[in-house]
Design a binder for this molecule. Structure first.
Ligand SMILES: NC(=O)c1ccc[n+]([C@@H]2O[C@H](COP(=O)([O-])OP(=O)(O)OC[C@H]3O[C@@H](n4cnc5c(N)ncnc54)[C@H](OP(=O)(O)O)[C@@H]3O)[C@@H](O)[C@H]2O)c1
Length: 194
């Protein structure tokens, strides 16, 4: 906190723990930080079975989970979190650009990094992304904007955590929030079977 020049942290998140890490000892320590005013909210970033486990505990203020056009499996978990009044934050909302026509195009160092990350962590999903390339063909919308709109149109999602290295992408992502989209595009994405 000294290094961040902060008196307290608004949201303190556990990063991808396993169930075995979520012990009483950890919870008591986090509660202590909260009672001391060092942190305001406690969150956890997780998916799958760990997320199921977390949603059955009455401890976390927020969960951060993977949800995007290619990975819609968390739909029910998102609803459950909202019903329990747990804030829902989405990680990787742009699906790492796997639907992009330019995924193999290298225009700068960041593209090299992103491509290597895809090849290392998301290689099995490359083919899946190929099937979503049609989202780059709608008039007035870029594929990335449609992908983001899909995530934030979910009424139970509170925020999408977007990664970008470009100011014009950041601006476009902010503008997407206010724009109206044809619901048929959204429904087609929801119906799509990978
Ligand atoms: N275990 C975890 O807790 C975990 C795991 C994964 C991710 N996360 C978090 O989730 C957040 C986002 O994740 P992420 O960066 O992996 O995935 P992401 O936001 O789904 O995708 C980032 C990709 O989208 C591109 N992009 C963003 N806006 C764009 C736009 N308007 N048009 C075209 N391309 C656009 C970026 O390229 P440009 O740079 O060219 O814009 C980048 O290639 C981060 O804060 C990350 O730390 C957490």
């Amino acid at each position: 906190m000294r290094k961040l020049n902060l008196d307290y942290i608004d949201l303190f998140q556990l990063h991808s723990p396993q169930v075995k890490h979520l012990t009483d000892d950890v919870f008591e320590t986090l509660e202590l930080f909260k009672s001391q005013g060092k942190i305001r909210n406690i969150g956890v970033s997780c998916d799958g079975k760990v997320l199921d486990h977390v949603l059955n505990l009455d401890f976390f203020d927020t969960v951060m989970l993977t949800y995007n056009i290619l990975e819609q499996e968390a739909d029910n978990q998102i609803k459950k979190a909202a019903q329990k009044n747990i804030g829902v934050l989405i990680k990787s909302p742009m699906a790492h650009g796997l639907y992009s026509n330019d995924i193999f195009k290298i225009r700068g160092l960041s593209d090299v990094w992103y491509l290597l990350r895809v090849l290392k962590n998301y290689r099995p999903q490359l083919f899946k992304g190929y099937k979503y390339r049609y989202i780059n063909s709608y008039p007035d919308w870029k594929g990335a904007e449609i992908a983001l709109k899909f995530v934030i149109e979910n009424q139970f999602v509170n925020a999408a955590m977007i990664g970008t290295t470009k100011t014009h992408h950041l601006n476009s992502n902010i503008n997407v929030v206010q724009r109206e989209i044809n619901q048929e595009i959204m429904q087609k994405l929801r119906r799509q079977i990978n």
